[in-house]
Ligand binder design. Structure first.
Ligand SMILES: [Zn+2]
Length: 510
């Protein structure tokens, strides 16, 4: 009995520990920016005057699209036991871009109290394809383990040495121990647009690799979106508590206790808290969904800040390899490899659609592939392999279409027709050889005789059953409950198939 009690206690402790590591955003963005301003009066002046300007100005063009070249610097190989590789970083950016663009799958379920002010921004953060020397790059650089890049100045020398030109690249540093204090559960932080930092190649987002993409749960992974929001000058929605401000008018005040999590509730002025906002902490527990109009306006203005405006200029996109020079651009070639045109599938079959997509610059220049069924978008894939799985298609004819876009803005498409039919049963087959002493109703092999028979009992009348053997091939259309019998067949491998459904079975007679 005593043993049981002790065991229970240990389990509880472990559970609590794991939860603590996973679910708390610890973002010191406001603190570290404040420290920077205390040391750099000119930076503080610039920040304050830009804040004033941001509040006074309403941006006009919300439809314009922006691309930001990004470099990830990754330090070490273990992040609370998780690893970080190219695929994980690409996945993290893919999800983050969806958050900014309002393409996150829970964007439609924003609380009705805030759905009228939710807003997306047409910005895409993309890994650089050319490094500062003009060489090809994955946009990801790996280093041995280091920590402390979240500190305000102690690592400045190392950061400057590792950084890529801040006026050309957004620099993201992935570490596990962000402050060099052995704590590995801090999620991330970022610095607002500050010219003095960009001049010194210190502008940055610092983020914990343990909370990138699938290294954590999907909602908590949007904490990266939160940090990129800071990089675009967004302030915590709870900044300064009930007396503070995030310099945005349409976000309700928050007391900064973050205890609502994903429940609807009020604090401060009695207004409902926008718990689903990326710039608070509540949403990390499972409901990060939105930015507001005011926040998007502030981000659009941040893109005009001297420390950000150079990044998305056409010349910089050419320099960092995100745009292909005219003359080197070509429409992508799109081929649907599987299924072939006019394929037939039974209902409830998962249908894998595979493609080959490339242009003059190979498949590396492919931006995305959109998959449509009957003109309805069902999937968007931004990474190799460009494929998707269709399931639960209704019985009937369908057009499967793939539209591919390259980074040069050109597109092309391919389509096939498929038919989904009701489920049918594969024939019941009996293979009989002289090795089996068979005593059927009307036939009997004598022991040792070299004689073989196939009996095929089928309930199919629209699909051909094809029987193939050595020097034999014949197709049959059976009717209800009919049994085909083929006798005295040769030794070798025999196959019975319904080719149109890609179903077959075979047996080798010795
Ligand atoms: Zn933050």
């Amino acid at each position: 009995m005593k043993f049981k009690v002790v065991l229970f206690f240990i389990l509880l402790t472990q559970g609590g520990f794991l939860q603590e590591i996973k679910s708390q955003v610890n973002c010191r963005t406001s603190e570290v920016n404040e420290i920077y301003f205390q040391k750099n009066i000119s930076a503080q002046k610039e920040y304050k005057s830009f804040n004033k300007k941001s509040k006074a100005q309403n941006t006009t063009d919300k439809s314009m699209s922006y691309q930001i070249p990004v470099v990830f610097h990754v330090y070490g190989s273990s992040f609370n036991g998780k690893s970080v590789n190219d695929a994980l970083i690409k996945r993290a950016l893919e999800e983050l871009n969806k958050d900014f663009q309002g393409l996150n799958d829970d964007y439609g379920s924003v609380n009705s109290m805030f759905s009228s002010i939710k807003q997306s921004i047409n910005i895409t953060f993309r890994l650089a394809k050319k490094d500062p020397d003009g060489n090809q790059t994955s946009g990801i650089v790996y280093y041995s383990e280091k920590s402390g890049y979240g500190n305000s100045s102690s690592s400045d020398g190392q950061i400057m040495a590792d950084a890529w030109d801040n006026y050309k690249y957004m620099n993201v540093y992935i570490q596990n121990d962000l402050y060099g204090d052995d704590a590995t559960n801090n999620s991330g932080l970022a610095w607002y647009p500050i010219s003095n930092m960009s001049d010194n190649n210190l502008a940055r987002v610092v983020y914990n690799g343990a909370y990138l993409a699938t290294n954590t749960d999907k909602e908590f992974a949007s904490t990266l979106t939160h940090e990129f929001g800071h990089w675009l000058n967004l302030i915590h929605t709870f900044e300064g508590g009930c007396e503070g401000t995030d310099e945005v008018d349409d976000t309700p005040r928050e007391d900064g206790l973050h205890n609502l999590k994903c429940l609807a509730g009020t604090n401060c002025d009695g207004d409902f808290v926008n718990t689903e906002n990326y710039m608070g902490y509540n949403g990390s527990s499972g409901c990060y969904k939105m930015f507001t109009e005011g926040q998007v306006n502030r981000m659009l203005l941040a893109l005009q800040h001297p420390a950000r405006i150079t990044l998305w200029q056409t010349q910089n996109l050419l320099d960092t390899g995100l745009l292909i020079p005219k003359g080197e651009n070509s429409n992508p070639e799109v081929t649907i490899n599987d299924p072939v045109d006019n394929s037939i599938f039974e209902e409830q079959t998962s249908i894998m659609v595979t493609t080959t997509i490339s242009d003059l610059n190979g498949n590396d220049n492919v931006d995305k592939a959109e998959f449509y069924v009957d003109d309805i978008l069902v999937d968007t894939v931004e990474l190799l392999p460009f494929e998707t799985t269709l399931s639960d298609l209704a019985i009937g004819n369908h057009i499967v279409k793939v539209i591919a876009y390259n980074h040069g803005g050109l597109s092309n498409s391919a389509e096939i027709s498929i038919t989904v039919i009701p489920k049918i049963n594969f024939p019941e087959i009996t293979w009989i050889s002289s090795n089996d002493i068979y005593a059927g109703n009307n036939f009997q092999f004598a022991s040792g005789e070299i004689t073989r028979r196939i009996e095929i009992k089928a309930i199919i009348n629209t699909h051909n059953i094809i029987v193939k053997g050595p020097d034999f091939e014949q197709s049959f259309t059976t009717s209800l409950e009919e049994t085909l019998i083929i006798d005295d067949i040769a030794q070798g491998t025999w196959t019975v198939e319904i080719a149109s459904l890609n179903k077959k079975t075979s047996k080798t007679f010795n």
